[in-house]
Design a binder for this molecule. Structure first.
Ligand code: ZN
Length: 426
C-alpha cells in the first residue's frame, strides 16, 4: 500500500514538474556553423536532460568494457574457489570412508585449486598418512608448521609421525615446540607424559600424569633413577604411601630409611607390609642384618606374627628353621602348609633338604628324598615375578618388562591370592 502511495506521489511530482517546465516561456536558439537550431525552452530542457542521461549510460558501458579482463579473472577465481570447496568435501568423504587413493588424488586437486591453505595442507597430510605415504604427509605437516596460525597443527602431525616411528628424541623436540605454539592442551600433556615414560624420565612423567593406577611403579622407578638421596627418599616414600603392601615400593622406602639410620621405622614398615602382602624379598630385607641363625629364626617368627599361616610365612619359618638346624620346626611348617592345601614346588624341595639333614645317610632317608623330589616335579609352580602383558617370568621386579616393554605390568604371580588374615589399616 505504501509503495502505491509513493508511486502516485512520484507520478504527481513528475506531472507537476513537467507542467511547470511546459509553462516556461521563451525560445532557445543554438547556432553551430551554418546550422541553427531553434526550439522552445521546455523542449530544450528536455533535450538536455535526455543527453545527460544518455551520456551516463554510455560512460557506464565504456567502463564495463574496459574492466572486462579484471571481471573475468575474478569470475575465474570464484569458480576455482567454488570447485575447490567441492573437492575439499570429496576429500573429507574419502578420508571418512577410508578410500586412500581417492583421498590422496582429491587432496592434490584441492591443493592445486585453493593453494596451500591450512585446510588443504591438513587434508593432504591426512590423505598421505591414510595411504601410507608418510613422506607426503611430512611435507604437508612441515608446510603447515611454517604458517603462524596453523603451526600447532603442523607440529602435532609431525609429533604423531615421530611417535609412530619411535623416534623419541625428535618427538621430545616437537612436543616442546608444540607446547610453545599452543600451551596447555590436554592432548599435548598426555603426549608429553607418554614420551616421558618411553624415555624413562619418571619424575617428569609423574608431574604430567594425573590419576594413574601405575603411579606406584613410577615413584619406585623415579626413586631408583634419582641421584639426589633426599629426592630419592621422597619418591620412595610416596611409592610406599601409594601402596604400602607392594614389595618393590616398600623396599624402595625401607632401604633408604635403613641408609639414613632409621632401622626401626624400616622394620615397622616391613612388618606392616608382611601383614598386607607377604613377599620373600621383605623377609630377606628384614633378616639381612642378623647373621646368627637362631636369632634369624626368632626374628622371622616376630615378622610373621600378624600373618602366621600365609604361604610365605610358612615357607619363611621352614627355611630359617632348617638353616638353624631346627628340622623338626621346619617339618612342622611344611606339613601344616600341606594340610592347608599348599602344594608348591618349593615345599617339596625343602622337605627333601630336611630328609637329607635328618637321615640322609640311611636308605630310608634317601628314599624319602627321592619321593620329595618326585613330588616337586608335579607340584604347583612357585610364585614369581611375571608380566601380566606377555606372561614372561622375571627374576626380579622391574618398572618396565624387558620382553614386551610394557610399563607397570610385572606383578608377583601369587599377588591375587588372598592373605590368610584380613588386613588392618594402621
Ligand atoms: Zn611383558
Amino acid at each position: 500500500m505504501l509503495k502505491v502511495i509513493l508511486f502516485l506521489l512520484a507520478g504527481a511530482a513528475i506531472v507537476f514538474v513537467a507542467w511547470q517546465l511546459a509553462g516556461i516561456p521563451g525560445h532557445v536558439v543554438a547556432s553551430i556553423g551554418a546550422l541553427t537550431i531553434e526550439t522552445s525552452t521546455p523542449v530544450a530542457i528536455l533535450v538536455l536532460v535526455t543527453l545527460f542521461g544518455v551520456t551516463i549510460i554510455l560512460l557506464r558501458i565504456l567502463r564495463a568494457v574496459l574492466g572486462l579482463p579484471k571481471t573475468g579473472a575474478g569470475w575465474r577465481r570464484r569458480r576455482r574457489r567454488i570447485l575447490g570447496e567441492r573437492i575439499v568435501t570429496r576429500v573429507l568423504v574419502a578420508l571418512a570412508a577410508g578410500e586412500k587413493g581417492e583421498a590422496r588424488k582429491q587432496a592434490r586437486r584441492a591443493r592445486n585449486l585453493l593453494g596451500d591453505s591450512p585446510q588443504t595442507l591438513l587434508l593432504a597430510a591426512e590423505a598421505g598418512r591414510l595411504s601410507g605415504r608418510e613422506d607426503e604427509a611430512e611435507e604437508a605437516f612441515r608446510a603447515l608448521a611454517k604458517q603462524t596460525e596453523a603451526r600447532f597443527l603442523g607440529l602435532r602431525g609431525l609429533l604423531r609421525q615421530a611417535v609412530d616411528r619411535r623416534d623419541w628424541s625428535e618427538a621430545l623436540v616437537l612436543a616442546k615446540q608444540a607446547e610453545a605454539a599452543h600451551p596447555g592442551t590436554t592432548w599435548l600433556r598426555q603426549q608429553r607424559a607418554d614420551l616421558a615414560l618411553q624415555t624413562e624420565n619418571w619424575a617428569e612423567a609423574l608431574e604430567l600424569i594425573g590419576l594413574d593406577p601405575r603411579r606406584t611403579t613410577y615413584y619406585v622407578a623415579a626413586a631408583d633413577g634419582e641421584s639426589d638421596p633426599r629426592r630419592a627418599l621422597s619418591f620412595a616414600k610416596q611409592a610406599w604411601q601409594q601402596d604400602p603392601g607392594f614389595a618393590p615400593a616398600v623396599l624402595a622406602y625401607t632401604s633408604r630409611l635403613r641408609a639414613i639410620g632409621h632401622e626401626k621405622r624400616a622394620q615397622s614398615c616391613i612388618a606392616d607390609a608382611w601383614q598386607r602382602a607377604p613377599h620373600p624379598d621383605l623377609a630377606s630385607f628384614a633378616l639381612a642384618l642378623e647373621p646368627d641363625k637362631l636369632a634369624r629364626a626368632q626374628a622371622a617368627k616376630r615378622l610373621v606374627a600378624r600373618n602366621p599361616t600365609h604361604v610365605e610365612s610358612r615357607i619363611l619359618l621352614a627355611q630359617v628353621a632348617l638353616d638353624a638346624g631346627l628340622t623338626g620346626e621346619a617339618r612342622h611348617q611344611i606339613e601344616a602348609a600341606q594340610t592347608e592345601g599348599l602344594h608348591q614346588r618349593r615345599f617339596c624341595l625343602l622337605l627333601a633338604e630336611i630328609e637329607e639333614q635328618e637321615r640322609g645317610h640311611t636308605e630310608a632317608g634317601r628314599l624319602a628324598q627321592r619321593d620329595a623330589l618326585r613330588r616337586a616335579a608335579t607340584a604347583e609352580p612357585d610364585p614369581r615375578w611375571q608380566c601380566t602383558n606377555c606372561h614372561t617370568a622375571h627374576a626380579a621386579w622391574h618398572p618396565r618388562c624387558r620382553a614386551c616393554a610394557a610399563i607397570g605390568t610385572i606383578l608377583w604371580s601369587d599377588a591375587l591370592r588372598p592373605s590368610s588374615v584380613p588386613v588392618i589399616a594402621s
